[in-house]
Design a protein around this ligand. Structure first.
Ligand code: GRF
Length: 194
């Protein structure tokens, strides 16, 4: 039986696209049945719609209702019989009840070599700016299980890239992203084969 996957996104969705291509090609024993977005204009939503994948946008406008928004998502995941959640460029911190429910069944991609440049405040370009400021010789990306901490869950897979003297956050981010697109599908494949 194919594993049923929900992908959580906030932006362009290139990591989502990377796993979608592999699932559609039958390379991963999984089917993406839902895309959840924190952002109503995320590019990932149009990719999902083009592939006839159900989408759901979380409403973050009313801060007092965020928990109940996640209850709605949680119920939707139960109804859709979701086996695994992939956080693919999802920038929001999930509430504790939600993380608990999917412990061991939710993975995240982070654009650094965890434990380096990870945790609260390290997201998006801030990660790559910090790597350059620290004059690191190498960086990379990590797929890990999501636990109650920020970027603290068990590591599943990492890829390393060199850092060059003339790198900017953009050039480094682009080099890391190429590797993200390789290890996220590989990690999901591993998970769904178990
Ligand atoms: C990736 O670098 C991811 O690691 C980070 O945000 C970026 C998302 O890119 N958290 P995309 O939306 O998958 O294109």
């Amino acid at each position: 039986m194919k594993k049923r996957i929900a992908v959580f996104v906030s932006g362009t969705g290139s990591n989502f696209k990377a796993i979608l291509e592999k699932t559609e090609a039958g390379d991963i024993n999984a089917e993406i049945v839902l895309v959840v977005s924190s952002n109503p204009t995320a590019g990932a939503l149009s990719i999902a719609e083009n592939s006839q994948i159900k989408t759901h946008v979380i409403n973050f406008k009313d801060k007092s209702k965020i928990n109940s928004e996640y209850v709605i998502v949680s119920d939707l995941l139960t109804v859709l019989n979701i086996d695994y959640i992939v956080l693919a460029g999802y920038i929001k911190i999930l509430p504790a009840f939600f993380v608990k429910k999917y412990l061991g069944r939710m993975i995240n991609i982070h654009p650094s070599l965890i434990p380096k440049f990870s945790g609260v405040g390290y997201y998006g370009h801030k990660v790559h700016e910090s790597v350059l400021a620290a004059r690191e010789n190498e960086s990379g990306c990590t797929v890990h299980f999501v636990d109650e901490g920020v970027d603290t869950g068990e590591i599943i897979m990492q890829a390393i890239v060199p850092v060059f003297g003339d790198d900017t956050p953009d050039t480094l981010a682009a080099r890391v992203l190429i590797e993200e697109h390789k290890i996220l599908p590989l990690a999901l494949k591993k998970l769904c084969a178990d």
